[in-house]
Design a protein around this ligand. Structure first.
Ligand SMILES: C[S@@+](CC[C@H](N)C(=O)[O-])C[C@H]1O[C@@H](n2cnc3c(N)ncnc32)[C@H](O)[C@@H]1O
Length: 311
């Protein structure tokens, strides 16, 4: 059954402050999800603020539309789209703030048919956009061992990446991987829990999800596009949930905050070419949820918020 898209927005107060919400501001939320942050943005920009919102997940867009219509009808436009393509429909230089709250929503995780979770049996799917053809099952059944090992290591930091990949390749000689449980059980057999809190398949599931949805590619394009939507002085706020994403956001901010260009791959101070920085870092160090929020919403634990301002 389809769960209700009631996603508790993570670091809502911090996001509202970061975006400096104002009464007639224009904002874009590239990960509208259940509309949690969307509602915060529209409430904080009442009475005339405007929100462009999108999500790759059609069910999320519908849920957000329904929720936001109850209170903020006529003040937003929502589309089912990848945030990497925001600049194709949101006017350049029109926004006072852009938000990306990455990863999956609680609704997606709690919906076994979507195949994101190893906690419940479901098809090995993991597509955020169900119109996409590549599924987790296709990747796990068809990628060669080297590719699987690379994905587990690069996107999951899984130390046993090679061993797990070899075992999958061997196992699939006799049967296809069709369900989340098949994959989770195989990993658990290879690496028994032995008192560990996290499920042994946590990293593999994260890695497969990132690969299936090309999350790193979208993030890089989304950051670049997001900056183009902003007016000078506008803010880009990004919430990440693992170090790989956070590093991409941190590097993006640092490179664009520099007042010089680097020639070639190595930064040689004598060869720097002065230029105007494109942005200012508002958070030098990523902000994290308060202790209270982490206690109330354990899924917020790994959240990190970075904020930058277009100059
Ligand atoms: C953590 S949830 C967002 C929750 C939302 N901020 C709220 O308060 O309800 C992440 C959402 O981002 C969406 N998403 C992830 N990558 C995306 C992308 N590249 N483009 C559009 N949506 C994406 C997912 O489908 C998911 O609904």
């Amino acid at each position: 059954m389809e769960p209700k898209f009631v996603h508790k927005p993570v670091m809502a107060a911090e996001v509202a402050q970061a975006l400096q919400l104002k009464g007639n501001g224009v904002y874009a939320d590239g990960t509208i999800g259940g509309g949690g942050h969307g509602a915060v943005i529209l409430a904080g920009s009442s009475p005339n603020g405007w929100l462009y919102g999108c999500d790759r997940d059609g069910a999320a867009v519908e849920a957000a539309r329904e929720r936001l219509n109850r209170e903020f009808a006529g003040r937003f436009e929502l589309r089912r789209a990848n945030f990497a393509e925001l600049r194709e429909w949101v006017p350049e230089g029109s926004c006072d703030g852009v938000l990306l709250d990455l990863g999956v929503s609680s609704a997606q995780l709690d919906w076994p048919e979507r195949g994101f979770s190893f906690q419940a049996e479901g098809p090995l799917d993991m597509r955020m956009d169900t119109r996409q053809t590549l599924t987790a099952a296709q990747l796990v059944n068809e990628a060669d061992g080297e590719e699987l090992a690379r994905i587990f290591w690069e996107y999951g930091g899984e130390r046993e990446s090679r061993r797990f990949a070899r075992a999958i390749v061997k196992d699939r000689e006799s049967r296809r991987f069709e369900t989340t449980k098949q994959l989770a059980d195989l990993i658990e057999r290879l690496s028994p829990r032995q008192g560990r809190k996290a499920h042994p398949a946590t990293k593999v599931f994260q890695a497969v999800r990132i690969a299936v949805n090309d999350e790193m590619g979208s993030l890089k394009r989304g950051l670049e596009g997001g900056m183009e939507l902003l007016k000078p002085g506008g803010r880009l706020a990004v919430i990440t949930f693992h170090s790989l994403e956070d590093r991409v956001v941190k590097d993006f901010g640092r490179t664009r905050a520099r007042d010089y260009n680097v020639k070639g791959d190595v930064d040689v101070p004598e060869l720097r070419e002065p230029r105007r920085p494109e942005l200012k870092l508002i958070t030098r160090k990523a902000a994290q949820p308060s202790e209270m929020e982490m206690k109330e919403n354990p899924r917020s634990r790994s959240a990190q918020l970075r904020v930058m301002e277009k100059v």
